[in-house]
Design a protein around this ligand. Structure first.
Ligand SMILES: *Cc1c(COP(=O)(O)O)cnc(C)c1O
Length: 350
């Protein structure tokens, strides 16, 4: 605390990301990173970018990257916004689109950065409880609202909302911006990007951090009607002209172009997820159906915090949230096969 702080800073409660331990040799299953390296094409693109060019500012509009993303989704470049990780894209979207007369709505259990952005930008919000199966019921979002934010698949549950339900939600809320955060969509869902032509109130946000193994490069993007995108560009142009550096833009383009590697790695993660789900269920865990690169699980007889500590003592790190409704759950990232095997071996020592 300091007397030099603004009132706003006194009131902020920042987001706390999962731990990035400095120790090596850990089985790190706590922050949903991809267990496979980025495409070799990304490494080559980064190498090519190293040189005298780093003297110069990057393209402030990241036009080449926007063109690659537009091409991947069959959209026009003016339907694409890019930012320094999807966290930054989300932050700009909250500021640009979500402050209106009514509170915005999001689930009681979801990505815990959403209430943090509301605190930063002075946005009123109301949480809508997930049902007993930890599923989003879109009919519960029929209240007057200044916008709706859903993670799909949701985090930390991993549950997927069907496209048909999102379509219904969009049609029922034509006056509200609806943000679908698709950080995990490539692990088993279908993107709402296909609904963009029908719904000018839809903003889809994705990231290269999870399914493209590029959490360290910080690249995220939004897809939407050109007028929504222009709103985001106005905030970005008032904040930082160069959110994506030359390396990030070059690496991102290469990652998007290597579709074969993308298909291979995401299918490997999905196959390991199903193996891990079965292994955990055989050991008495209750596992929420997941379409993401993690499983949200609990054991009816074992305390989640103690279980997390037991695993940590064996150098396996998973995520435990001390939050209402989910304090008996663990979120386990799908690792490589050997890492998941090590987790199961540790559980068998219980
Ligand atoms: C990981 C994650 C993000 C942030 O991704 P970055 O692009 O790395 O900032 C956003 N939303 C959800 C739900 C996530 O899990």
């Amino acid at each position: 605390m300091s007397k030099y702080w603004s009132d706003l800073v006194h009131r902020l409660t920042p987001y706390v990301p999962g731990e990035q331990p400095k120790l090596s040799g850990l089985v790190k299953l706590n922050t949903n990173e991809n267990p496979y390296p980025p495409s070799p094409a990304v490494m080559e693109a980064l190498q090519r970018e190293l040189g005298d060019g780093l003297r110069l500012y990057p393209d402030p509009n990241s036009e080449r990257l926007k063109a690659s993303i537009a091409d991947f989704f069959g959209l026009a470049p003016d339907q694409v916004f890019v930012g320094n990780g999807s966290d930054e894209v989300l932050a700009h979207a909250f500021q640009a689109l979500l402050k209106h007369e009514h509170p915005i709505l999001f689930p009681d259990i979801t990505y815990s950065f959403y209430p943090v952005y509301c605190g930063l930008y002075g946005i009123d919000y109301r949480t809508v409880p997930l049902d007993e199966e930890m599923a989003i019921r879109v009919d519960d979002y029929r209240a007057p609202n200044g916008g709706i934010v859903l993670a799909n698949p949701n985090a930390p549950t991993g549950r997927l909302l069907e496209l048909e339900a999102i379509d219904r939600l969009l049609a029922a809320n034509p006056e509200s911006p609806v943000i679908i955060d698709e950080a995990y969509i490539d692990f088993g869902g279908e993107s709402a990007a296909g609904l963009l032509a029908k719904h000018p109130n839809l903003l889809v946000i994705q990231t290269l951090s999870k399914s493209r193994s590029l959490a360290g490069l910080r690249v995220g993007y939004a897809l939407g009607h050109p007028q929504l995108i222009e709103g985001l560009e106005r905030v970005k142009g008032s904040f930082n002209s160069y959110p994506l550096d030359r390396l990030a833009a070059a690496g991102a383009v290469a990652a998007l172009q290597d579709r074969e590697y993308f298909e291979q790695t995401r299918h490997r993660v999905m196959a390991t997820r199903e193996w891990l789900r079965e292994a955990l269920q055989q050991r008495g865990f209750l596992v929420i159906p997941s379409s993401a690169n993690f499983l949200f699980v609990r054991h009816p007889q074992r305390d989640a915090a103690q279980l997390a500590q037991f695993l940590r003592d064996r150098h396996i790190i998973v995520r435990h949230f001390r939050l209402p409704r989910i304090e008996q759950y663990l979120r386990i990232t799908v690792g490589q096969d050997a890492e998941c095997r090590a987790l199961i071996d540790a559980i068998d020592q219980l």
